[in-house]
Design a protein around this ligand. Sequence first.
Ligand SMILES: [Zn+2]
Length: 477
Amino acid sequence: MLALLLAACASPPRALSDAAADSAIVFYVDTLRADRVGWAGYRLDGRSPTPRLDALAAEGTVFAQARSAAPWTHVATASLFTGLEPAVHGAGFSGPVRDESRQKGRVHVLDPAFTTLAEAAEAAGLRTAMFARNRYLGLGLEQGFEVWVDPPSGSAATQADRAIDWLDTLDEDDRFLLVVHFMDVHTPNHSRAGDRARFAASRELSGEDLDFARRWHRRYGKAHPERVPGFADYRARREALYAASLHAVDAAADRVIAALPEWRRPRTLVVFTADHGEEFWDHAALEARAYADPRRQVGMGHGHTLFDELLRVPLLAWQPGVVEAARVEAPVSLLDLAPTVLGWLGIPDAAARQGVDLGPALRGAATPPDRPLFFDGICFGHAREAVLDGGWKYVRSWREPDLLFDLAADPAEQADLSAEEPDELARLAAILDARLAEDAALGERLRGGAAPDAPALTAGERAELEALGYLEPGSSR
Ligand SMILES: [Zn+2]
């Protein structure tokens, strides 16, 4: 009897139940747009920035049309962790005019009333850890993580070391949820000399480089960036550094997976995704003409628009022999991640979530359902919302012109059809209005009360925003 007991203790833990996995790792890259990973076909000088993850993508399920709910970290992550739209959870900045550089500290943190992915996992007995690297993580997003680390520095390699050290603390019986966040591709980029050489990036960005956009805007007004001297070289260097930084993330993620004990690998779901993308002057001309950004940036950065270079993110799921090798073209949302991971791990989840369980797609059994997807959560400029439905995308704000795109014909969102297609615009506007009303009611019900008021602007902020043309003098906006 004793010998039997000892043998049981020495062997790997119990077999899987009906669940497809008992643990999950989510690699979460800050500011990584969908079209810059190797498995989306991206090459720079003939090289993929993600050779190791490309191999996983060939074995796993790739969601080619995955979108974040918001264009910046805090709001996007609140939606990822809760499976709820920004207008429901209310995390982030509110009000008609947003300016992160002034309003920091007045961000609405994620209300503890919402049940996160980590809270559901922890309640089911999983060990939970997140290794974060952005000051806009935390702020309520740490709910449910037994270990939450968010230091002000740390490259992808350091993040991988932290995650591997934590994995080493697990007992054989421990199931776990591990989220590893990487900041390397976020401006100003962190890259290794070898990776910079690989992608012909001559050096890291300097402070002067980072000010390039503002300087050109001041010097050249609203000129299209391509007409600005030095722009082509500058853009090429920014893109090369982006690839170089991502190459280090690729290596770090691979190292964390390799650190899993061999017996754990077939029972661990691995997900790779990002909070939002990054602009590389995709819409510079339109932004210069019609959009106002309090940073006076045009065509670069994130947080200020709802174009697809900011909303579309990579989404890859891998579990050898379990997740189907497939490429899914149907639009999905990062709201789907929490219900998918919980369903995949067999964790009961009573929380209200707007995302859907993509488990059937991971098994190759069904494509994700057709449904409208909604976007919100600007942190620079005028409040703005968008809806994607039936291949059409409608973006509106209270101050700027409506935009309507036919994504099938115009995936880069260059041809605004709002004047040519008024019926389509009206259809999408009605869907958006109905959803925002539903979201407000759902948020109030889940929170147990109304959303907090928008932080009031100070008199100085109001005067400055009026001078910049954001606010009508004396308006109530
Ligand atoms: Zn971010």
